[in-house]
Design a protein around this ligand. Sequence first.
Ligand SMILES: [Zn+2]
Length: 129
Amino acid sequence: MKVNIKTLIDDVQCYETVRDLRWPEIRGCPFCNSISTIKKGYDDKDSAKQRYECKECRQRFDDLTGTIFSGHHQPLKVWILCLYFMGLNLSNNHISKELGLNRGDVHNMAAQLRESVVKKASDNSSGRG
Ligand SMILES: [Zn+2]
């Protein structure tokens, strides 16, 4: 009998991992960076995905807004497992077998994960103070 890791991890944990990755300290609005955001229930289709609203710019967003995970056909689970396997130093080849993906997909995912989970804002000079 073969154990499939994809059936062993659950979506709630995956979303929690994403929150920790993108908001290690405090949650910020992906549009205006304001920290006055409020929770607005969960996604209709994906019950583990938390939605938020920014009190500053009034935009709505969710756990994946502005990350490399949004707008991809791979489920979040697959991304998180890919990240996990990368941490174990598995080769792309090995990861692709484990997740049942083709090597090209894994290569692209790994490249994006190495860079950052948060999409780069277009030329945003960070002014602090
Ligand atoms: Zn905002």
